[in-house]
Write a protein that binds this ligand. Structure first.
Ligand SMILES: [Zn+2]
Length: 1022
């Protein structure tokens, strides 16, 4: 027989796309269209009450008649359309829908204009999206029904997806995006929904998609081709609706063949990955979520077997606040079990950079929302899209009482394919979480034959495991799952050659997967490092800094407010702290904190951090003043120092206030056109180029800098990645470097007599200037460097390098509640891929007997490499990634003034690294008054307190969270400065939790025993 399959495949493609799909909606009546462009189309969104009947827009006649062909929508504008029509008699007995094409392209589903359809009374019908262009009118129609609907249309521009990908664009700010309309109304009419045509489309889609994935030698492929040809022969192209039913008949035997006995199983779950901000501002996400969930509840109404999973408590709260009517329908379907809250986090946050407490609070606020609103304990942590996953997460997942973890992003690795799809993920403390990484390699599946077949082929655990998960639905502004996707799931439920697809909840998947594979699943220990998007540790420095400062201010605000409230001096600011936490958590979303959003988003993040800072400073000041005044009633000093760090400093206890020990002078002398600073602990030489040429540890009698190397060398690299500008730094950036060694001015600005010696170094390069202050304080084992940069470079990467005389095979990087190691060599492709990595407050290097730390107050990106000197010494160079200047998606990224602080800590053990990391982020505060006793005191080597606060349930109980910070076993005692009636160990949400750290309470002393990196939350009842 001749092979005519190619002919059939091309015929199917043309008939399906050019004839069948356009024939689903048969226009039966025109509409009367009118439009109100809010503020000429450039206005910010208005509440629906302003646009709907009863509001001023209708009353004042702002709606103007319009026709198909109307140009609308300057970028970011809003236009309201009013659609009126009546259903003609000829449509009686048929399903009738309004068909709306506001000017969409049939690609980039999430990244164009969108609409939300309202009835005149303000109730919501559904969303309109590029692949979801219909509104239900009547099913079946009787004829004569009146159509009276309003569409709130958002002219969201296509920020990327031009001819030149990742090109600098002005579209990311309304002020620069232009005023010309960018959309055209293509079609609005009353249509009959041709059910048979649609069903035939679904049959052909399912069989055609499967056919193309089957091996050439497989009889099934040939049989399907024959069935498709007979179907197309039966289809009358002049009468598609009239012949579609007959054309379906030849396909039914092929559709009826059951799946193979060993077919892979796919748990399909409706989903829409909606980035909480990205190529649009937060205010648009509020509307995107409402549109998509409106589509979803409509779909759930019509399809009783449909299940949808949505993460991010923040997004539920947006619907609750902005579209209560939609929220009510969501809540009904949540109660019915088919709208499934997942994730248990406030947002799908980044997990590399959020600090310890913030990472914990993502779970606290997320899970508590779902518990309070719906009574649901979410158990699956849902992070398909974040840029790598911290090794601290497994313990936090477990302590939040979640059981499972889902990620998708690791499929983006550029170098090493991840070896498992279902596995136990082990964190730094040894906690293991059952984890799934869907082999379908997308969190926006359309359940096409191609994607289903890829999932089967790609699944690395087949043989031992039989099932995987597939999230389906258009994300972002795409509108979520569609009825077409549900149709594909139905047709592939039991189909020869296809995996078996079942629509079911994530919990159903995880339970079944754990049942069959828990005992045999492989273990992956440590972080899930993402081998792409490594520049997200650095881009948008102000966002990073705002996050770091806010996290530490929140710690101070909780600590001092708790202390003052326990003593009855202030009311604990529960509401303010909750609101501020939620704002900080929102800005940890995986396109905000990583710096990968448009200018609008980062401008708003900077504003949010400024307001958070001002509020928190006031809270801290109020509490400290109350505490200092109360204690000065018994007589005290005029100046006291508040120490919010979890370690004693200058004689002032952790979490207390007292008079700091007087500072000794620091010796300081000019030498060879430079300076020598000497505090008896360290002797530091700043040469005529402003570089550290010697850092001598007096007690250890050793030089810290490598021979022939320097410290604090600023290095400038060209930095144009091949794609994903704000996200990526490509390895080749290292091939070209300029050392910034020319000095404009070198001067001594503090001579050491007051206890600090400071050298000022001013440089200029390109269009930028940098002023650094290098300081040595009395008694300090720390060289402090404060860097003021006025940054006007484009596509450059600025690093600060320290060549250290230390032989370290690995470096310790701080993460949440501990640290983890990465090698300093590039032996394997896995090691080499980690050429840029994330750390929190410290990086620590150690050889037997000696360690060095580098601590920072706002930097996350680092690289550490080793070298061998001509003399044979193995040395290690540590670099901080200070600033970048990518031009997409924000063309002005990081332009302007920045102040960044970091410090070199010679002779540091891991304890010292932890301590100095806290110290540089929690500067002492000086105020009037007298000494303040700490509210709680914890004694125990390596045990660090991360939070002191009042319980969220507002009982007045004090909650203390602490952790073992060295990676070893530890014992500790906790003493409170108030009467404690009972102590219990809790989960992150401060609920009683059976744990093992609490050993007993004796005369007010709480004894604890901790495993390596164990996190313990204690509730102290008063
Ligand atoms: Zn995302």
């Amino acid at each position: 027989m001749h092979d005519n399959r190619a002919l059939i495949e091309k015929r199917l493609n043309r008939v399906l796309n050019q004839r069948l799909k356009p024939a689903v909606h048969r226009s039966v009546a025109p509409v009367r269209l009118s439009v109100w462009h809010v503020d000429g189309g450039q206005g910010e969104p208005v509440p629906p009450s302003e646009a709907l009947p009863g509001g001023p827009a209708v009353a004042e006649g702002r709606y103007q008649p319009a026709d198909v062909g109307l140009r609308w929508g300057p970028a970011w504008g809003t236009s309201w359309f009013h659609v009126e029509a009546s259903v003609p008699a000829e449509a009686a007995g048929r399903r009738v829908e309004l068909f709306v094409d506001l000017g969409w392209e049939n690609r980039f589903a999430g990244f164009q204009a969108e609409g939300l359809v309202y009835r005149p009374d303000g109730s919501v019908v559904k969303g309109l999206n590029p692949r979801n262009l219909w509104v239900p009118i009547a099913d079946p129609a009787t004829g004569g029904e009146t159509v009276d609907l309003y569409i709130e249309a958002a002219a969201n521009p296509k920020v990327d997806h031009g001819d030149t990908p990742f090109a600098a664009t002005p579209l990311g700010e309304k002020s620069t995006a232009g005023t010309a309309p960018i959309y055209r109304v293509n079609r609005v009419d009353v249509s009959v929904f041709e059910q048979d045509v649609w069903e035939l489309w679904q049959d052909l889609e399912a069989l055609g998609g499967l056919m193309l994935e089957l091996p050439d030698g497989e009889p099934r492929r040939w049989q399907i081709a024959q069935a498709i040809e007979r179907s197309l022969d039966a289809l009358d192209l002049q009468d598609l609706a009239g012949s579609a039913a007959a054309a379906r008949e030849p396909l039914q035997p092929a559709l009826g063949k059951p799946a193979n006995a060993s077919a892979h199983r796919i748990s399909a779950i409706g989903h829409a990955h909606i980035d909480s901000a990205w190529l649009w501002p937060v205010r648009e996400t509020v509307r995107k979520v409402a549109r998509t969930t409106s589509n979803v509840v409509q779909l759930l109404d019509e399809h009783p077997d449909m299940v949808y999973a949505m993460s991010s408590a923040q997004q539920y709260e947006w619907i609750e606040q902005h579209r209560p009517e939609v929220f009510k329908r969501v809540a009904e379907h949540v109660a019915g079990g088919r709208f499934v809250p997942v994730g248990g986090m406030w947002v799908e946050s980044d997990t590399n950079m959020p600090g310890s407490e913030a990472m914990a609070r993502q779970f606290v606020y997320g899970k508590r929302y779902f518990l309070e609103r719906f009574g649901i304990e979410t158990e699956e942590v849902w992070l398909p899209d974040s840029f790598g996953y911290s090794a601290a997460l497994p313990q936090l997942v477990k302590l939040s009482r979640s059981r499972w973890f889902l990620t998708q992003k690791i499929s983006w690795n550029k170098t090493n394919p991840f070896p498992h799809h279902t596995f136990w993920w082990e964190g730094i403390d040894g906690t293991r979480v059952f984890t799934h990484f869907p082999p379908i390699d997308t969190y926006n599946s359309d359940l096409s034959g191609r994607e289903l077949a890829h999932a089967v082929r790609n699944f690395r655990d087949k043989g031992a495991a039989t099932r995987s998960l597939a999230p389906f639905g258009w994300g972002d502004g795409g509108g979520g799952p569609t009825r077409e996707m549900i149709a594909q799931a139905h047709r592939t439920a039991d189909l020869e050659g296809s995996p078996r697809v079942a629509i079911e909840s994530p919990a159903a998947f995880f339970t079944a997967a754990e049942d069959e594979y828990a005992a045999a699943a492989p273990v992956w220990a440590g972080e899930l490092y993402l081998e792409i998007h490594r520049a997200t540790y650095t881009s948008q420095a102000k966002t990073k800094q705002g996050n770091r400062r806010s996290e530490h201010l929140l710690h101070e605000a909780e600590l001092w407010s708790a202390a003052a409230a326990v003593h009855g001096l202030v009311d604990y600011p529960y509401d303010d702290l909750e609101r501020i936490w939620k704002l900080v958590l929102l800005n940890q979303f995986h396109d905000i904190l990583p710096g990968s959003s448009i200018a609008w988003v980062h401008r708003e993040a900077r504003d949010a951090y400024a307001s958070v800072t001002a509020e928190l400073e006031t809270i801290v000041e109020t509490a400290q003043n109350a505490l200092a005044r109360a204690s000065s009633a018994d007589g005290g000093s005029d100046t006291v120092v508040f120490n919010a760090a979890p370690h004693e400093r200058h004689g002032v206890p952790a979490f207390g206030a007292g008079v700091a020990a007087a500072a000794e002078p620091v010796r300081c002398a000019p030498v060879d056109d430079g300076y020598v600073l000497d505090n008896g602990v360290l002797r530091v030489v700043v040469d005529e180029r402003g570089l550290l040429t010697s850092v001598f540890d007096v007690g250890a009698d050793r030089e810290v800098l490598a021979s022939g190397s320097v410290g604090n060398l600023l290095q400038l690299h060209p930095d144009l990645p091949n794609e994903w500008d704000a996200w990526d730094v490509d390895e080749f950036y290292r091939n070209t470097v300029v050392d910034l060694v020319d000095v404009d001015e070198l001067s001594l600005v503090a001579d050491g007599s007051s206890g600090i010696a400071t050298v000022r170094v001013a440089r200029s390069f390109g269009a930028s200037t940098v002023v650094q202050h290098i300081s040595l304080s009395a008694g300090a084992r720390r060289v402090d460097i404060s860097t003021d940069v006025d940054w006007h470079e484009r596509e450059k990467f600025l690093k600060a390098a320290f060549g250290l005389d230390i032989r370290a095979g690995q470096a310790a990087y701080e993460t949440q509640f501990g640290h983890h190691y990465r090698p300093t060599h590039e032996n394997t492709s896995w090691d080499a891929a980690k050429f840029e990595v994330c750390a929190h407050r410290f990086v620590h290097l150690e050889e037997p007997g000696y360690g060095i730390a580098l601590v920072n107050d706002s930097t996350y990106g680092h690289d550490v490499r080793r070298a061998v000197t001509p003399g044979g010494d193995t040395t290690t160079t540590v670099r901080l990634s200070l600033l970048r200047a990518p031009r997409f998606p924000d063309p002005e990224t990081d332009q302007g003034a920045h102040t960044l602080r970091y410090a070199l800590v010679p002779g540091a053990g891991i304890d010292d690294a932890v301590r100095e990391g806290y110290a540089i982020n929690l500067p002492e505060r000086v105020t009037g008054g007298a000494a303040v006793e700490p509210l709680v005191t914890v004694n125990g080597d390596g045990v660090v307190v991360s939070a002191v606060k009042l319980a969220d349930d507002r009982t007045g109980d004090v909650v203390v969270r602490l952790y073992e910070a060295r990676g070893g076993r530890a014992t500790a005692t906790l003493t409170a400065a108030f009467d404690v009636t009972a102590v219990e160990e809790t989960d992150l949400l401060e609920r009683p939790f059976e744990r093992d750290a609490l050993q007993g309470v004796d005369e007010g002393q709480v004894s604890l025993r901790l495993r390596p990196f164990q996190i313990v939350t204690l509730r102290l009842r008063r």
